[in-house]
Design a protein around this ligand. Structure first.
Ligand code: HEC
Length: 217
């Protein structure tokens, strides 16, 4: 028993000595007791040379002939913008910055708006409701705290932020991301439609052209 206690004490001290230094900043290389995980033969993905097993030496295989990209590039003014580029159309942010773009970068046409309405009704109505007030069918089933999209707060959000919420979900995570289901072009179409819902909800009689005002009830 005495030996055990002595050994136990020595082990405790050793553990504290070794583990207690973890996380400390040091300029010296760390002691590696088992270094086989730190230093191992490996191939870098996408390297163009170095693989002994393939004739061309590439570490990643080329795609099979006839492969099509999953995400079509977005066409803006005759240019194709791909999902990996740092361009507002696919990020919702100003190029080279993290600021959200203030305005929808795609031209808002009648067709675009119709597409936005269709996508909104598929992906957003269940929670946010057909008018965007947050009273979708899921509320009846007990989903609480659904944001109203026609609140002043959401009216003030830049278009790029709405785009971002559709892509990545709400900051608190209460609303999940829809980026996988709704591609960039459709996200902008939904943003345009959400703006239309806000206008419809918050518009004043003076916003209507003069001749139409008389028809208001
Ligand atoms: C499963 C339910 C659900 C669906 C579907 C859904 N949302 Fe939400 N959304 C929420 C909830 C809940 C919140 C409140 C989240 C919070 O408070 O963090 C929210 C918040 C938001 C906000 C406000 C975020 C903020 O920071 O103020 C926006 C904008 C929004 N949703 C847009 C959309 C759009 C556009 C769609 C359709 C693509 C959509 N949502 C689909 C549940 C949903």
């Amino acid at each position: 028993m005495r030996y055990f206690l002595a050994l136990f004490a020595v082990t405790c001290v050793l553990v504290v000595v070794v583990a207690g230094r973890r996380g400390d900043a040091s300029r010296r290389p760390p002691i590696e007791i088992w270094n086989d995980m730190d230093r191992q033969l490996k191939l870098r993905p996408q390297a163009v040379a170095g693989h002994p097993g393939w004739e061309d030496g590439r570490t990643s295989r080329r795609w099979v002939a006839g492969t099509v990209p999953r995400l079509e590039p977005v066409k803006v003014g005759g240019k194709e913008i791909h999902a990996f580029e740092d361009h507002p159309v696919v990020t919702g942010r100003e190029t080279g910055k993290t600021n959200y773009v203030e305005l929808n970068p795609l031209p808002v046409t009648e067709k675009f708006m119709a597409r936005g309405k269709e996508r909104y009704e598929i992906y957003c109505t269940p929670c946010h409701g057909p008018t965007g007030d947050g009273n979708g069918v899921l509320k009846k089933y007990g989903h609480g705290a659904i944001a109203s999209l026609t609140d002043e707060l959401r009216v003030k959000h830049p278009d790029g932020y709405l785009f971002h919420v559709i892509q990545a979900g709400s900051p608190s995570g209460l609303m999940g991301p829809y980026g996988a289901q709704v591609d960039p072009e459709d996200r902008w179409a939904i943003v345009a439609y959400v703006r239309a819902l806000q206008l419809a909800r918050l518009g004043k009689p003076e916003d209507l052209p003069e001749p139409m005002r008389a028809s208001l009830k």
